[in-house]
Design a protein around this ligand. Structure first.
Ligand SMILES: NC(=O)c1ccc[n+]([C@@H]2O[C@H](COP(=O)([O-])OP(=O)(O)OC[C@H]3O[C@@H](n4cnc5c(N)ncnc54)[C@H](OP(=O)(O)O)[C@@H]3O)[C@@H](O)[C@H]2O)c1
Length: 303
C-alpha cells in the first residue's frame, strides 16, 4: 500500500462508513450493500422508526442507525461524535441524502429554492466538515452522490440541477483541497432509478404551480404537466437499479485507485457526454421539446 491508495487491487471492505439518507431508495440499498460487504455502517435516517425498519432488514449485525438531518448542525455533530466513540475513525462518508424541488424557476419562491440548496449542497458540506477529522484518521474516502443533471440543466428541474451542479463543484474543489491530505473524493452520478424520490417529485409537481398567480403559472402548465408525466414514466422504465448504484459506491470505497467519477446508468453517462461535447446552443435543442408548448410573451400579454 502506498499512501492512501493501492496500485491495482482493492482495499478490504472494512471499517466504518456513514451513509446519509438511508431511510429509503438508493441510500437504503447502499447501506445494506456496504454492510453485506463487511463495512460497519452508520445509516443516517431522520426518523427513529425508519432506522428500526432498516435494522430489521440488516442481515449481518454490522449496521446501526443514527438519527441525522443534514440541515441540523446539532444532529450532524452528534453523528460524528457517535462515529468517533464507536469506531475512532471513518473509512467512508457517503453523502447521499437529497430532495428534488420541481417547477419552472419563475414559479419557485426563494424559500423553496433555498431549501433545495440547503439540503443538497449546504447540508452536505456541514456533514463533510464534521466528519473530516475521522476520515483523515482512518484513511477514509468521501463519496458524493450527484446526478446526470449535475452536468446538463433540464428545464423544470432547474433548482435541482442548480444544486447538482453546485455539488459537482463542491466535490471538485474538495478533491483538489483534500488530495494532499490523502482523502480521496469521488462522485457517483446516477441516472434515473426508480425509488421513492419519483413519487415525491410527482406529488411536489402537482403543487408546484399552486402558489403562484395564474398569469405566471398558466403559460407553463401544459408543458410542465407533460414533462412530469414523462419523467415518472422514464423512471419507471429505467433499467438501472438501486443495486447498480450501491455497487458503484462500494467500488468508490474499495477501488485501489478511486476514480473521480462513477456514472451509474446509460442515461447519466449520455448526459455527461452530451454536456462535454455539445456547444450550448446544440444542448439547448436537446431540451427544446420539453418547453415547446410554453406560451411566449406575446400570448401572455396580448395587446
Ligand atoms: N433515484 C434517482 O433517479 C436519482 C437520480 C440521480 C440522483 N439521485 C440522487 O440520489 C440521492 C438519493 O435519492 P433517492 O432516489 O434514493 O431518493 P429517496 O428515496 O427520496 O431518498 C432520499 C433520502 O434522503 C433523505 N433526506 C431528505 N432530506 C434530508 C435531510 N434534510 N437530512 C437527511 N436526510 C434527508 C430522505 O429521508 P426521509 O425519508 O426522512 O425524507 C431519504 O432517506 C439523492 O441525492 C438524489 O438526488 C437519485
Amino acid at each position: 500500500m502506498s499512501g492512501w491508495t493501492v496500485r491495482g487491487g482493492r482495499l478490504p471492505a472494512q471499517g466504518a462508513v456513514v451513509v446519509t439518507g438511508a431511510s429509503s431508495g438508493l441510500g437504503r440499498e447502499c447501506a445494506l450493500e456496504l454492510e453485506s460487504r463487511g463495512f460497519q455502517v452508520l445509516a443516517g435516517v431522520r426518523r427513529q422508526e425508519d432506522g428500526e425498519k432498516l435494522l430489521a432488514e440488516s442481515l449481518h449485525g454490522r449496521l446501526r442507525h443514527v438519527v441525522v438531518d443534514i440541515t441540523d448542525e446539532a444532529s450532524v455533530l452528534a453523528c460524528a461524535e457517535l462515529a468517533e466513540r464507536e469506531h475512532g475513525g471513518l473509512r467512508g462518508l457517503v453523502n447521499n441524502a437529497g430532495i428534488c424541488v420541481p417547477g419552472p424557476l419563475e414559479c419557485l419562491d426563494s424559500d423553496q429554492f433555498r431549501h433545495q440548496l440547503d439540503v443538497n449542497v449546504v447540508g452536505h458540506l456541514g456533514v463533510i466538515r464534521a466528519h473530516l477529522p475521522l476520515l483523515r484518521r482512518a484513511r477514509g474516502r468521501i463519496v458524493n452522490v450527484t446526478s446526470g443533471l449535475g452536468k446538463a440543466a433540464v428545464p423544470f428541474l432547474g433548482a435541482y440541477s442548480t444544486a447538482q451542479f453546485a455539488k459537482e463543484a463542491l466535490s471538485d474543489a474538495l478533491r483538489r483541497e483534500l488530495a494532499p491530505q490523502g482523502v480521496p473524493v469521488s462522485i457517483v452520478a446516477p441516472g434515473a432509478i426508480l425509488t421513492p424520490i419519483w413519487s415525491k417529485v410527482s406529488e411536489a409537481g402537482e403543487r408546484a404551480l399552486d402558489g403562484v398567480p395564474a398569469a405566471v403559472a398558466e403559460p407553463y402548465r401544459t408543458a410542465f404537466r407533460a414533462f412530469m408525466e414523462g419523467n415518472a414514466q422514464g423512471a419507471a422504465a429505467s433499467r438501472t437499479t438501486p443495486e447498480d448504484f450501491a455497487r458503484a459506491v462500494a467500488r468508490a470505497l474499495t477501488d485501489g485507485r478511486p476514480r473521480t467519477r462513477y456514472w451509474v446508468g446509460a442515461d447519466a453517462r449520455r448526459m455527461g457526454r452530451l454536456a462535454r461535447l455539445l456547444p450550448d446552443t446544440l444542448l439547448d435543442r436537446q431540451f427544446a421539446g420539453i418547453t415547446a408548448s410554453v406560451r411566449g410573451p406575446a400570448e401572455r400579454h396580448p395587446r
